[in-house]
Design a binder for this molecule. Structure first.
Ligand code: AP5
Ligand code: MG
Length: 216
């Protein structure tokens, strides 16, 4: 099964993708994570992407589609992929169609996480991750069981994303409204879109997504 998780910054795409990886052994393809890894490694893509990401703008369509194409060719992605943060423009949606056709694969669902934009700033500004294993946390919505200690790997160092500040989030949301939301009708016309209430708590959102996947 190949699905897209679509929604604005902070909608819960990464959170729900991680659950699907743990529960269904699907593979998460997050262009945001791939770009952050490239920035950290200082690759040519990372050097180009760094300032764009810090400004909350979109990296070029050609770069992100190439990253997804490479990743789709790795054997683990044959199990089924969750596209998290891709496609984000009409050009990327078109590129994805080509990438899937070339590999004789198809999209099963586009799951839109519907959220109230006003709540997203709090979600994003409160987000942090374990510096060692990447487990995600939130100052209010998901604290480690023991304060300051990662539930998964017991590390005590955490980090925050440089683009997770109120000002950059506004640009990221504007990019979503202008360039990403308009691709939904394209998928709707193909009968692929399913909507989930992304304002429910994380477990309920996860159950709603599971319900969609199990019905297919
Ligand atoms: P990317 O990494 O994709 O960021 P984003 O789309 O802005 O989305 P986020 O990762 O911020 O949110 P999320 O939906 O994953 O939320 P999460 O689950 O973490 O992209 C970053 C940048 O990279 C872009 O700005 C762009 O520059 C570049 N880029 C990436 N892909 C690109 C592409 N295809 N084309 C061009 N450029 C690209 O949840 C957020 C927080 O809320 C967490 O703390 C979580 O614990 C909490 N939370 C989650 N669900 C709930 C819930 N139900 N209730 C309460 N809290 C919740
Ligand atoms: Mg994310």
């Amino acid at each position: 099964m190949n699905i897209i998780l679509l929604g604005p910054p902070g909608a819960g795409k990464g959170t729900q993708a991680a659950r699907l990886v743990a529960e269904r052994h699907m593979v998460q393809l997050s262009t945001g994570d791939m770009l952050r890894a490239a920035v950290k490694a200082g690759t040519p893509v990372g050097v180009q992407a760094k300032a764009v990401m810090e400004a909350g703008e979109l990296v070029s369509d050609a770069i992100v589609s190439a990253l997804i194409g490479e990743r789709l060719d790795q054997p683990d992605s044959a199990k089924g992929v969750i596209l998290d943060g891709y496609p984000r423009t009409a050009a990327q949606a078109e590129a994805l169609d080509g990438l899937l056709i070339e590999r004789d694969r198809a999209l099963d669902f586009v799951i839109e996480l519907q959220v109230d934009e006003d709540a997203l700033i709090e979600r994003i500004v409160g987000r942090y991750t374990c510096a060692q294993c990447g487990e995600g946390y939130h100052d209010r919505f998901k604290l480690p069981k023991v304060a300051g200690v990662c539930d998964v790997c017991a590390a005590t160092e955490f980090k925050r994303r440089p683009d997770d500040n109120a000002e950059t989030v506004r640009t990221r949301m504007a990019e979503y409204r202008a360039k990403t939301a308009p691709i939904l009708p394209l998928y709707e016309a193909r009968g692929l879109v399913r909507r989930v209430d992304g304002m429910a708590d994380m477990d309920h959102v996860g159950e709603a997504i599971a319900g969609i996947l199990d019905k297919s």
